[in-house]
Design a protein around this ligand. Sequence first.
Ligand code: 6CS
Length: 349
Amino acid sequence: MTRRATGIVPLLLGASLGLVATAGCAEPPAGEVWRFAIEESAGSVQDAYAQAFAARIAEATGGQVTVLVYPYGALGTSDHITEQLHNGTLELAMSSPGHLGKLIPEVQAFLLHYLLSPDPAVNARALRDPDLRAHLDALYRAKGLSFLTAFGEGEMVWTTRSPVHTPEDLQGVRFRVMTSPLLLASYRAYGASPTPLPYGEVYSGLQLHMIDAQVNPMFAIEEMSFYEVTDHLVFPRHAEFITTVAASPAWLEGLAPERRALVRRVVDDLQEEIDRIQREANAERLETIRSRRPEIDVIELTAEERAAFAARAAEVRAEFLREVGPDGRALVAHIERAVEEAGRPEVEP
Ligand code: 6CS
């Protein structure tokens, strides 16, 4: 497979795949089976979503449909599961822009720093914007995927070996990022040496000192034990981890109309619930980390410190807007508007 990122907006994508899916259950379930691959392990935010989706589908179909959830690694990396959706060998998957940007460059708009609100509740409202969703739907369809929804998994936090307050502190730091090219440009602009790696290689990369830092939401930092192999938790308030739920278009369009409507209804119903789940998970996991490593240093960047990073992020945004084309520019404008509207205080009628 050729996956070479050139510039922020790569031309890409060759795809092949050599993985065999293992169902993870001894007896194949009776009735219809929908396979749902996630990019995280059991107990994660994506797992909570997929399990809730599975439970609601089973209930609504009286057990006629079983949704099998494949955790991270069972069907390969994020890139592999996107390819399987694309090939129609998988029905449903989590496809986060941090990796999906190689296939759909425009979706990297969600990775731009200081574009989303620092308040995940505002982002959760913005992500329900119908125009924004219609735009994503069209972008996914053009690349052979069906967009079902997008949701936030919590604010992105850096874990580092040395304290970070300024871009100078990141000079030469080998910073692991997800594989979308825009992330390389973003961390390069901060002075770091960004290193794209699959999720499953981050812990050992830190442990073996092949990388010095990584960025993820708090629940992931706890679940993947990144806090064991780094010493500082830095809150730059620059981004939230956004993921999307995608489906194989051939599968979705082949469903009976009432089943397709059921999928859409369950996805809509889960939107608020997943926001509550992610907020609780991120808050609880920070406490777990603090209790297990009381000496861990928590750094909240000040407004002035954040401004230095935001200035560099603005240059990356300008470059992205120049390169990404009209659909990408429109998506950035959509996100900006939806966040702005979602952040406005509600006026009593
Ligand atoms: O850092 C990553 O690659 C992964 N982080 C999370 C929280 N979910 C999936 C993603 O692949």
